[in-house]
Each structure stands twice: as C-alpha cells, then as structure tokens.
Design a protein around this ligand. Structure first.
Ligand SMILES: C[S@@+](CC[C@H](N)C(=O)[O-])C[C@H]1O[C@@H](n2cnc3c(N)ncnc32)[C@H](O)[C@@H]1O
Length: 249
C-alpha cells in the first residue's frame, strides 16, 4: 500500500508548524471544537490518537481526564515536536504508520484521529485495524477532509468569484473519480486521497462500526465576523467531515 511522509520534508514541516502555531488556524478554530464536542466521557479512558502530529490533541485528552494516550504518527519531525512541546507522564508518542496498526498488541477504550485519514489509500483497511484494537463498545471519533473539499485538482480556483474576488460558488472537479489527488500546497506535489461521501460511509460500515454521529464543519458567526477577510465565502462548502462510531458490544 502506498505511503507518503510529507511532514518529514523540511519545507513542508516548517510551513505546517507556522500555520498550526498561528492564532488563526483551521485546526483550533474549526476542527478541534467540533471534534471535542463529539467525544464521549474521557475520564479514566485508555486512548489511541492516530496521526497525532504535534501532540496538541493528546494533551487535550489528558486534560479531559484520559488515563493514558498513545499518539502514533509516521513523521519523526511531528513526533519530535510532540515529545518536546506536548509531553506528559501518561502520554507516549510512537512512530507507527496507520497501515501498520495491526502491529500494536494493546486495546483502547477510545481511538481518535484528526485530519490524518486524507493520506490513507485504503481507509477501510485502516479502520478494520482500529476496530480490532477497540474494546467491545469502544469508540472511534475522527475528522478528515470533506469529500467536496478533496474534489479538487489544483489547476483552477476552488471558487467561482466575482471580478472583485468575492467567492460566489464552490467548484467541484471530478467528484465521481476517486483516488489520489495531487496539487500545490506548500510543495508542488501535495497528495491526498479523494473518496466519495458514500465510500466514506461504506468504508466505516464495512470495517464493522456503527455510525453514531456525523458532523460537517462550519464556523460560528462570531469567528466569521472577528476575521471577515480570512473567512469570506466559508458558507459555500464544508472543509471537514467528522464521525463518531462505535464497536459492537
Ligand atoms: C494534518 S496533520 C494532523 C496532525 C494532528 N492530528 C493535528 O490535528 O494537529 C496529518 C498527520 O497525519 C500524519 N500521517 C500522514 N500519513 C500517515 C500514515 N501513513 N500513518 C500515520 N500518520 C500519518 C502526518 O505525519 C501528520 O502528522
């Protein structure tokens, strides 16, 4: 199965770090508040955060009472940042691609993943491996780029705009053609996998999960009016999609 590790590219890592540490970033303003609202009670829970990146989420889960968090990621640079900046006695960071999650001999009450499955060629296979790691009744809560957001090829603008640049419509490119999408984002050949909405649902269900909740990202009005230039036109499409799933008891 194809694997990429763009976060260990120096230029990409520095740029992503800059974006993630900026006060106005999509993760803290849009993604994290929705994800945290979808979490079950975390007090005393053993957790796995897949594609943990710089460890911000692992720290949030400990603050909410989780007894242990294992953060796994493919990128040494991301894990190094996590170990230096988001360490705690009950967090462990380990280099492990999500394609190899079946190598873990452990079980977890709650598994999470934030914006990492964009890079999974075979999402159903990854989800099956996560299912096997959960205790009966355990939960998986994850976010990924929304299918309308990955229906993009980088050649044309994501939006149809007025002459003044105001976003009028969101554009979709080849929504029905699934697979690898390559476009310029920091580097020339940034890669993500595009899946139709139905494929996403069927991958989750085929892995054995029950879907309990689904959310699509949207910004609270107070954030839009606080940063009007940054988020003009945000109503046209959701950037992220979120699922809370559970393993059968
Ligand atoms: C957009 S970042 C999100 C990081 C973190 N979850 C957060 O919310 O800040 C995506 C993460 O997925 C990781 N990743 C990409 N491919 C992976 C793979 N095959 N196995 C594990 N992690 C992977 C990247 O290294 C990166 O840390």
């Amino acid at each position: 199965m194809a694997q990429q590790n763009i976060y260990d590219n120096d230029k990409f890592f520095e740029s992503f770090k800059g974006l993630r540490e900026n006060e106005i970033n999509f993760n803290d303003l849009i993604e994290t508040p929705i994800l945290l609202k979808m979490m079950p009670e975390l007090k005393g829970k053993r957790m796995l955060d897949v594609g943990c990146g710089m460890g911000q989420h692992a720290m949030q889960y400990i603050a909410k009472g989780a007894s242990f968090v294992l953060g796994t990621d493919i990128s040494e640079k991301m894990l190094c940042y996590a170990r230096e900046n988001n360490a705690s006695s009950n967090i462990e960071y380990r280099r492990l691609p999500f394609e190899d999650l079946d190598k873990l001999e452990d079980s977890f009450d709650v598994v999470t993943s934030s914006l990492a499955f964009d890079y999974a060629e075979d999402l159903c296979d990854v989800l099956k491996k996560i299912y096997a790691l959960l205790v009966p009744g355990g939960k998986l809560i994850f976010s990924t780029s929304h299918p309308v957001s990955t229906a993009y090829d980088g050649v044309y603008d994501r939006y149809t705009r007025t002459e003044d640049g105001i976003r009028l419509y969101a554009n979709l490119h080849n929504y029905n053609i699934e697979g690898l999408r390559r476009f310029k984002w920091v580097v020339d050949d940034y890669e993500v996998y595009h899946r139709r909405f139905s494929t996403l649902i069927n991958d989750i269900v085929s892995a054995g999960f029950i879907i309990e909740e689904c959310q699509e990202s949207h910004l609270p009005e107070e954030i839009i009016s606080k940063y009007p230039d940054k988020f003009d036109g945000i109503y046209h499409q959701p950037d992220f999609i979120f699922f809370r799933c559970s393993k059968h008891i």
